[in-house]
Design a protein. Structure first.
Length: 556
């Protein structure tokens, strides 16, 4: 270079000018590792130079499945494992460049490693288990059963949702024992070796060992017996009145107090009210009687507390001086509380009966009774295993009959009457199925309840005139033997369709003794007050009842 001043003097010097290129640096310093068949994404950037920048692979090759966009985005799904060395170059707007060497590591995907599992389920119910629990090598894209359990054990399926693979097993209702299956898990890398699930199917509980079930069966069985006995008792009282025309025509109302317990250690109450209504004709008479009993019993498994109301009414006609017969209707309602968990049986009976008394010779009598009842039971059972309530409705029918023969010796105000009675009933309770108890609902087969008993009795009465009327004292002794007092109930779980279980609903004592004492005080012509006490007990000590009867007769 040269320079000239005003006097035109000049001078020169040599200079060296150096122009440096910009320093371009690629970022980041390292690229992340990837995995075969897994989405990969990374971004390249640059420092220095003038934007915009362009990026390219200038040496080596990317893993199969990856690509570098010009804006620096490295993405794709690698399909092969390994370590890949590549050189990336960046170019700025003015054409200046910068390079960097990268190592990209692509890991191979390991096969899944499932775990062995155990599942316990009750017969007739479903169980589930997550097959991905504890497994390695996820995410898992599929689970498959490669060996099913035994067909009789139950059915199996797999439901996949949200990356989880849930095994559902539905156990057969009648199977109990162990079964197994084998399954595999799959991920993007392949299918695992099989793993196993050991399944234990636990049998449903035996309902014949459940006090609630036993109590319900016993309650319905005893209710059927009580219905028959109540109607036989009510009609039997009327038949005794037919032996004497004066008693037959008398209008009456009776109030009774009964204490009753099958164990002999608890009391209850009872009401009875026989009435007889006459009309203008001597041959025809109308009557009604009722019985309310509160009692308890212990069937060996659970306590039963019952309330029974029995009502009968009818009309009889004296066809001849020796023969009187009639027809009557009856209604019974029984409520039995079973245990303390809310199990309950409610029942109703509607009855129709024919009866008659034949006196072939003075003092001798033969009384007969035959009847039919329609039964209806509503039950509510506490399910021991879940706390639910299983309910059901049951229909039925009943036939009952009694035949009594004896002799009445009446002399000087004294009555002595030995008698014998044969009575029985046959109740058929229909099959029914419970609802509301889930897999614990039970089906009860048709049940037959039979009773047959023989009674030997001796009745005493003595009447004495007093200044205010007449006093009649009485006593009764009875021995009863039950020839048949048991029943068998067959049942099973409702969803299984079989009835493999049996409950023997045995009655209480087959032999029973009864003693009755009482008196009537007739005051004037219109009023009669009476008191009766009766106790009956089983000879083997498992049953006992007490009856106290307060009687009020009003003549119209």
């Amino acid at each position: 270079m040269s320079a000239t001043d005003a006097g035109e003097f000049s001078g020169e010097r040599e200079y060296r000018l150096t122009i440096a290129a910009p320093d371009l640096v690629l970022t980041p310093g390292n690229l992340p590792a990837g995995r075969v068949n897994a989405a990969y994404n990374a971004s390249l950037g640059a420092e220095g130079g003038t934007a915009p920048y362009g990026f390219a692979v200038t040496q080596g090759s990317l893993p199969e499945g990856l690509a570098l966009a010009e804006d620096g985005t490295l993405s794709g799904t690698p399909s092969e494992p390994g370590s890949f060395s590549v050189t990336m170059t960046v170019t700025d707007r003015l054409g200046f460049t910068g390079s960097r060497d990268y190592m990209i590591a692509i890991e191979d995907i390991a096969l899944p490693q499932p775990q062995n599992h155990a599942l316990t389920v009750m017969a007739g119910t479903d169980g589930t288990i997550d097959l991905t629990l504890g497994a390695m090598g996820g995410p898992f894209i599929k689970a498959a059963i490669v060996a099913n359990p035994a067909h009789e054990a139950g059915m199996v399926r797999i439901a996949s949702r949200g990356g989880r693979h849930i095994l559902h097993f539905s156990a057969s209702g009648g199977y109990a024992g162990t079964a197994s299956l084998r399954y595999t898990l799959s991920n993007a890398g392949g299918i695992s070796e099989p793993a196993s699930v050991m399944i234990t199917v636990v049998a449903r509980p035996d309902p014949t060992l459940d006090p609630e079930v036993i109590g319900l069966v016993r309650a319905q069985t005893e209710t059927a017996k009580r219905f028959a006995k109540a109607q036989i008792r009510n009609f039997g009282q009327r038949l005794e009145q037919l032996h004497d025309e004066g008693t037959r025509r008398r209008n009456s109302l009776a109030l009774n107090l009964t204490a009753q317990s099958s164990r002999g250690d608890s009391d209850a109450l009872s009401l009875r009210g026989p009435e007889a209504f006459g009309n203008q004709r001597d041959e025809l008479a109308f009557w009604s009687s009722g019985y309310v009993n509160f009692g308890s019993s212990d069937d060996g498994a659970i306590d039963l507390d019952h309330t029974l109301i029995g009502v009968s009414a009818g009309a009889d006609y004296r066809f001849t001086p020796k023969f009187t017969a009639g027809l009557g209707l009856g209604y019974g309602r029984d409520v039995t509380d079973i245990g303390s968990n809310g199990t309950e049986s409610r029942a109703e009976a509607f009855s129709l009966a024919a009866y008659g008394s034949y006196r072939p010779k003075p003092g001798f009598f033969i009384d007969g009774l035959a009847g039919y009842s329609s039964l209806n039971f509503d039950s509510k059972r506490y399910v021991t295993w879940t706390g639910d309530m299983a309910t059901g409705t049951r229909r039925g029918e009943q036939y009952f009959a009694a035949l009594t023969a004896g002799y009445e010796l009446r002399r000087d105000g004294v009555l002595i009457s030995p008698y014998g009675r044969l009575s029985g009933s046959r109740s058929t309770m229909d099959m029914f199925t419970e609802n509301g108890g889930g897999v614990y609902n039970l089906t009860y087969d048709e049940q037959i309840v039979k009773t047959l008993s023989g009674t030997l009795g001796l009745r005493f009465e003595q009447s004495r005139p007093t200044g205010w009327g007449q006093l009649t004292s009485r006593a009764r002794f009875e021995y009863t033997h039950e020839f048949e007092n048991s029943s068998q109930a067959r049942l099973g779980y409702a969803d299984l369709g079989t009835l493999p279980y049996i409950i023997d609903a045995d009655g209480f004592s087959r032999d029973q003794l009864a003693i009755g004492l009482g008196f009537d005080a007739q005051i004037g012509e219109l009023w009669t007050l009476g008191l009766d006490y009766r106790t009956a007990f089983g000879t083997d000590g498992d049953s006992q009842d007490h009856t106290v009867a307060f009687k009020l007769d009003v003549r119209f």
